[in-house]
Design a protein around this ligand. Structure first.
Ligand code: PXL
Length: 299
């Protein structure tokens, strides 16, 4: 049963959190970005790597890929002996075997109060990523029922709802989709990210189950599309939420960090979109914003 939380209850300040996703050794995606961004909140971050890759799977040919699901099971068994429990869990790029491992064991690492953010990473721009198929989509449909917060992009929302027509949608279609996702999977907070708008804008459409409120945040859209953008958004959002900010304000903070990180990458003389973003210059402000979480007016 998925617990119902109100916006006010999303408060797990600077505590024990678990991040499970791949470690792509080169490039600013997944664990490489999640660990520093979430550590910036002051939380004690534990990592459960799902796979070890030379690079992410999008655009660098011949990447290596070592599935770590067997090792995950050994790590989890050890953690169970230590009776480890996490206050927050953030899941991103998993792979089928690691997803099944987490599906089986997540309940032993959490309590009913654990805040679970799932970014159902599996595709973008209308396609599933290399290595993902309908079996993965179906497994993800099961896993996300554990989430308190879900952050699909439009492609992932379309696959989760079996609605390919969503791929060409805008704010109107995404607003219907967040409601449908909420009804179908019972998730308290859903944010559909990366919705392209006319006039060089990009939007996030969010919905809170308890109030039914749908909200929209927009940001300038840059012409290039960088790998890891969704990973950084989800990690920054999670960091802000566990710092005590409301979901909507956390979304503002994450979008601002992304904006600075994209601009910084674009200002470099040679910027390869495959390498991902450069969020270094955004960190000082991000740290200040996170520190304000406890005293923040909850919006
Ligand atoms: O940024 C998403 C992502 C994360 N991890 C791996 C990926 C991708 C996207 O392609 O391949 C390994």
């Amino acid at each position: 049963m998925v617990k119902q939380i109100s916006d006010k209850e999303v408060k797990f300040l600077r505590s024990q959190v678990l991040v499970s996703q791949d470690l792509s050794c080169f490039g600013q995606v997944s664990l490489q970005t999640a660990l520093p961004l979430i550590s910036a909140s002051g939380a004690n971050v534990s990592a459960l790597p799902t796979a070890l890759l030379s690079t992410h799977t999008g655009g660098f040919a011949d990447n290596t890929y070592l599935d770590l699901s067997l090792e995950m099971a050994r790590i989890i068994t050890h953690w169970q002996k230590l009776k480890l429990n996490f206050d927050g869990v953030y899941l991103g790029y998993l792979g089928l075997k690691p997803l099944k491992e987490l599906q089986n064991s997540l309940s032993t690492l959490t309590t009913p109060k654990t805040l679970v953010l799932i970014d159902p990473v599996m595709g973008d721009n209308g396609h599933l990523y290399h290595g993902f198929d309908q079996e993965y989509v179906n497994a993800m449909k099961e896993l996300i029922q554990r989430a308190n917060i879900l952050t699909p992009n439009l492609t992932e929302a379309a696959f989760l709802l079996d609605q390919p027509q969503l791929l060409n949608g805008g704010i109107k279609e995404a607003s219907i989709a967040v409601k449908q996702l909420q009804e179908r999977f019972g998730i308290p907070f859903i944010l559909i990210t990366g919705i392209p708008l006319a006039n060089d804008q990009i939007a996030v459409v969010g919905c809170q189950k308890t109030t039914g409120e749908i909200w929209v945040k927009t940001q300038t859209r840059f012409p290039a599309s960088y790998f890891g953008t969704g990973d950084i958004f989800a990690a920054a959002l999670f960091a802000a939420v566990i710092s005590g900010h409301s979901i909507q304000h956390s979304c503002d903070i994450a979008l601002e960090l992304l904006h600075t990180a994209i601009r910084a990458r674009q200002e470099e003389s040679q910027s390869d979109p495959r390498v991902g973003l450069n969020y270094n210059s955004a960190l000082p402000k991000f740290l200040k914003q996170l520190a304000q979480g406890e005293t923040n007016d909850r919006r």
